[in-house]
Design a protein around this ligand. Structure first.
Ligand SMILES: [Ca+2]
Length: 312
């Protein structure tokens, strides 16, 4: 006959064993869940990396194809005629920043820099006019004079400008470059410029030098009005000729703008061979973008020149 103590001992041992089993099972379940979560996170990360890598290689590949199409194409005043349509699916590439959908998830934009206002070596009335058009509150005179002081070699301020003394006076740790602009962001350092105005004028300006003249055929409406100092009505008349692919009669152009299309100093409606190119990859959201400044002429080492390249 078993003693009472013995029976109680057995019951206690059985109870402890159950508790231990539950405890161990819980740990195993927790480890299992954690492992499962970890694996899921790894799979997610791998997926994102895969998408990013695909986006990167596709964007670079489209860029290369586009470049080849442009280099082997023919330049007209506002577009490049592509010799082989199968290359990117278009027989012409507009140079007015119009978006071309190469595929559902890939788009390209090409902008001729002669269709923008150059701030490379300072700027004139067209820049002043642009500021007035996009932001009447900003002081166009101060910004334009200060931009010209920023790029000219001397240290003598213009009436509304700013040279080293001004920047030292307001405690800035820099002085004007006294050389042509190297980065668009430099504008933010210049007297009178605000972040808000910078964002507004950025689409219309370029740091590439102006090559022989302004090109209304690749410029946005604001840029045409600012550059030629004309009204919206007169701009529309010019745009109508451009849209129809017709040459504007010189006399009409003179009547609308007060200037000739061609002179000894400039030749309008000619694209520069500097292009700002954007390639965007992403179906519903933007996954990868390449922004590049390209020169369509050979250098010592390549059939084209790259002036800036941003991707990510
Ligand atoms: Ca200067």
């Amino acid at each position: 006959m078993m003693s009472l103590a013995r029976i109680r001992g057995n019951t206690d041992e059985a109870g402890s064993a159950i508790l231990l089993t539950i405890f161990l099972a819980s740990i195993i379940i927790i480890i299992g869940i954690a492992f499962n979560w970890l694996v899921k996170e790894h799979v997610k990360t791998a997926q994102v990396l895969k998408e990013k890598a695909e986006a990167m290689t596709t964007a670079v590949s489209v860029f290369d194809t586009l470049l080849f199409a442009m280099l082997t194409g023919t330049l007209s005043s506002n577009r490049i005629l592509v010799s082989d349509k199968t290359l990117i699916g278009f027989d012409k590439i507009p140079m007015n920043n119009q978006t071309l959908k190469v595929r559902d998830d890939i788009s390209i934009n090409v902008q001729d820099t002669n269709g923008k206002i150059s701030v490379y070596a300072g700027a004139g009335n067209e820049f002043k006019k642009l500021i007035k058009l996009v932001d009447s509150k900003s002081n166009a005179g101060i910004i334009t004079d200060s931009l010209n002081d920023w790029t000219d070699a001397d240290d003598i301020p213009r009436p509304l400008g700013a040279e080293s003394e001004y920047y030292r006076g307001i405690g800035m740790p820099y002085t004007p470059r006294n050389f042509s602009m190297q980065y668009m962001e430099e504008l933010l350092l210049i007297r009178g410029m605000s972040w808000e105005l910078y964002k507004k004028i950025k689409p219309y300006i370029t740091i590439f030098p102006n090559m022989g003249g302004f090109n209304p055929a690749t410029a946005s409406p604001f840029t045409v009005m600012a550059s030629l100092d004309i009204s919206e009505e007169n701009r529309k008349i010019i745009q109508d000729y451009i849209d129809k692919g017709l040459d504007i009669p010189d006399e009409l152009f003179y009547n609308l703008t007060g200037r000739r299309m061609h002179s000894l100093e400039y030749d309008m409606f000619q694209p520069s061979r500097y292009l700002e190119i954007t390639v965007t990859y992403g179906y519903l959201k933007n996954l990868y973008t390449i922004n590049a400044g390209i020169g369509l002429f050979p250098t010592a080492t390549a059939p084209y020149a790259v002036y800036y390249w941003k991707e990510g």
